[in-house]
Design a protein around this ligand. Structure first.
Ligand code: MSP
Length: 505
């Protein structure tokens, strides 16, 4: 393995700080966290980046509406995103803000690289701009009545002299790249959508704003009268965070290209078309994969302030615990597609999959070990779970999180059935101590394996399970946690508090 092969670099979008975070943002960050934790589990070194997108018209207006300066405003909201990630148990290793000097310096270097390639020119332009998307629209892409298809609001007419990026020049190169990399965009239908846009041909885009009209942005190198277009600025965060623009680019060389940029479908186009063109222009390699998921709705409806159904992840966590929330998001809906969040469905999963299937299995197993084996791990028995792990690894590495959870739950149910079939209490009464020991070892070691497999989804639950089983997740002597037989005979077991206590309401 070269150094690069044991590195895994994954990113979320950097979130706009015009408003508070909701479960949609949480969904993306947790999805990326599941993958980050899985990659660590299989032994890779992971760099996991999130952050906040702090420039542009939308943020400037939000600050104005609050009557505070933009920097004060973004400092405050950015902190709430940082806190949220901690609350979600998302194991990010870096958090970038586009108002930080390290980013500004790198974004300017990026601009200069594209300019040096001859890809930036100035021209007068008039177009329809959706401030919420921070994007120009051409009429054919607008909904009926001339509304933005995402926000259903009328775009504003902007007219100014700007710098343009020669996006059109890269149409063929990106097409070729897509052909050579059929799995560049996940899922495949999202790559096909992008291919259609490529077939129509890409158009050059405006990448700056007149600083007299919008000053809240990164100054264009060599022209203080213009600031960078917020998307040109924002996309470069993926490289500025790892030291693009530093005098010493060792860190950049170690981590670039990224393994995965994760996001929802409305910004796929920026990541799968514009960003690759920008990278080609700057002479940098392309990311390995663009991972696109659907939108999360609430009780079947789009989340919106006007409907009043915006769900704050903190409220969900308070009620059900972070792990139940994390589990639900990936057990309930296939990752990639749109999905619906509802308290009712979450409660059902909480009671059945988590409380009954998993929580009770651990409780019963530990209780029987106390009664029949002095609270210690009995004699080891052999077992073969290679097929389970092969399938698990395959699903996880392909972002098939729902499938991975399905096969874990098959394992859980299999162990519950083993108890019903073997009836250790009867075997104990009949003095069949070897049978009892064999069944209990299979249960305990099976639970240990399950604790490892659920770790990317439910890290705190995994920790509680392993603690009850007397197993140290971080013990360096276990370099492959997926092997059978790591629980050693005679090891102490500890009765665990219920993993998923009964809901009070
Ligand atoms: N700032 C840009 C991204 C720049 S990346 C270089 C942006 N920010 S955002 O705050 O609007 O975040 C959009 C992202 O948040 C979506 O792509 C998705 O990852 C996540 N989600 C926001 N609402 C969501 C849902 N309702 N459902 C699923 N994901 C959602 O766009």
């Amino acid at each position: 393995m070269s150094t690069r092969d044991d590195h895994y670099y994954i990113t979320t979008p950097i979130y706009y700080v015009n408003a508070a975070a909701h479960i949609g943002h949480a969904y993306t960050s947790i999805a990326a966290d599941v993958m980050a934790r899985f990659q660590r589990l299989v032994g890779l070194q992971v760099n996991f980046l999130t952050g906040t997108d702090e420039h542009g018209q939308k943020i400037a207006r939000a600050a104005e509406a609050k009557n505070v300066g933009p920097q004060t405003f973004v400092d405050e909201v950015s902190q709430t995103f940082r806190d949220l990630h901690a609350g979600l148990n998302v194991s990010v290793t870096d958090f970038i803000r586009t108002s930080e000097p390290r980013h500004i310096k790198g974004a300017q270097k990026f601009w200069e690289a594209a300019a040096a390639r001859g890809d930036i020119y100035k021209k007068s332009y008039e177009g329809l701009y959706c401030v919420n998307c921070e994007q120009f629209y051409i009429e054919k892409d607008l909904d009926e009545g001339g509304l933005c298809p995402i926000h259903r609001k009328a775009p504003e007419l902007l007219s100014e002299e700007n710098y343009f990026f020669r996006l059109s020049k890269y149409t063929d190169a990106i097409k070729k790249y897509f052909d050579a990399h059929p799995n560049f965009v996940f899922p495949h239908n999202r790559q096909k959508e992008m291919q259609q846009i490529l077939d129509d041909g890409l158009e050059d885009i405006s990448i700056s704003r007149d600083a007299k009209k919008l000053s809240w942005g990164i100054p264009v190198p060599g022209d203080d009268a213009q600031v960078m277009y917020v998307w040109f600025d924002a996309l470069t965060n993926y490289v500025t965070a790892i030291g693009y623009g530093d005098a010493d680019e060792k860190m950049f060389d170690a981590w670039w290209p990224a393994n995965a940029h994760v996001m929802a479908k409305e910004i796929n186009r920026f990541h799968s078309l514009l960003w690759p063109a920008m990278l080609m222009s700057a002479g940098l390699a392309l990311p390995k994969q663009i991972v696109v998921h659907g939108w999360l709705t609430v009780d079947g409806q789009k989340m919106s302030k006007s409907i009043g159904n915006v769900v704050n992840p903190i409220d969900v966590i308070e009620k059900y615990g972070i792990d139940a929330f994390r589990f639900f998001l990936f057990r309930e809906m296939p990752f990639g597609a749109d999905g619906d969040f509802s308290n009712l469905k979450l409660e059902q999963r909480y009671r059945s999959d988590l409380g009954n299937d998993l929580g009770n299995l651990l409780m019963r197993t530990i209780a029987m070990s106390e009664k029949f084996c002095d609270g210690r791990v009995p004699l080891e028995t052999t077992g073969d779970h290679q097929e389970f792990w092969d399938r698990y690894r395959e699903h996880m590495s392909r972002w098939e999180f729902q499938r991975a959870l399905e096969i874990i739950w098959d394992y859980v149910r299999g162990l519950n059935q083993l108890i019903d079939r073997e009836k250790p209490w009867t075997a104990h009464k009949e003095g069949r101590s070897e049978d009892v020991a064999r069944t209990l070892y299979t249960l305990l070691e099976g639970l240990r394996q399950i604790a490892i497999a659920v770790q990317p989804f439910m890290p705190a639950t995994s920790e509680k399970m392993l603690e009850a089983l007397g197993f140290d997740f971080f013990d360096p002597k276990f370099d492959n946690l997926m092997e059978w037989g790591l629980l050693k005979s005679g090891g102490p077991l500890t009765p665990a508090p219920p993993l998923f206590p009964q809901l009070t309401v």
